[in-house]
Design a binder for this molecule. Sequence first.
Ligand code: ADP
Ligand code: MG
Length: 242
Amino acid sequence: MLEINQLKAAYGQVQVLHGIELKVPKGQVVTLIGSNGAGKTTTMRAISGMLKPTGGTIKLGGRSIAGLPAYRIARIGLAHSPEGRRVFPTQTVRDNLLLGAFTRLTFGGKRARGDIRGDLDRALDLFPRLRERQFQLAGTLSGGEQQMLAMARALMLNPDVLLLDEPSMGLAPILVEEVFHIIGRLKEQGMTMLLVEQFAAAALAVADYGYVLENGRIAVHGQAEQLRNDPKVRAAYLGIAH
Ligand SMILES: Nc1ncnc2c1ncn2[C@@H]1O[C@H](COP(=O)(O)OP(=O)(O)O)[C@@H](O)[C@H]1O
Ligand SMILES: [Mg+2]
């Protein structure tokens, strides 16, 4: 579904990604693990078009998307729920979600004709907390709830692939659990996802496959199960001494 070869990206003169190779097969959850500053967010931004790659190829459902503007990549079927909360604070929860779909309406094409009402219902089913608060202004939600809203809004694009950058960042433990539960449900529904999470062990538990990123390069990759049992991965990223 998503296939990345030799992806390179830079901020000005500083090269951050040095040729990433990564695949996300249809219906699978793939996690990208790495220390702070390894380049996880940069990888996601380069995929979704928020940052123009300096090299390499990216294919989404067989179509080349590297270097396209973000709105066109979204139209082709990729949604990116970015790090940090990005909601419209003075709009209601419901309007925030509908705005997610509005972006899709303005795109035209097959995605526009989808059932927006049905998608809204599905999003609210997935996030009962948001259903209860759908008429509340987004700015009055707790930080965790705003993060869920950002995730739900990405889903309103009805994407083929969903990129989730640290969806549990800064959340209370109970909400972290809820976010992972929701990721599990999305997976059951067949959503293809690329997941970055500070809780690497939990990410590997829900994922099919994982990549470890070190200084802008893939250092190790393998089945999630295999990475969970890899002594180096355990020591460096799962906080488990061997
Ligand atoms: N907007 C930016 N301008 C310049 N350098 C950046 C910017 N964003 C990130 N970087 C640098 O790129 C590297 C990778 O960052 P990032 O992709 O955010 O890592 P991660 O998400 O894995 O923590 C870091 O060295 C970071 O300082
Ligand atoms: Mg990051």
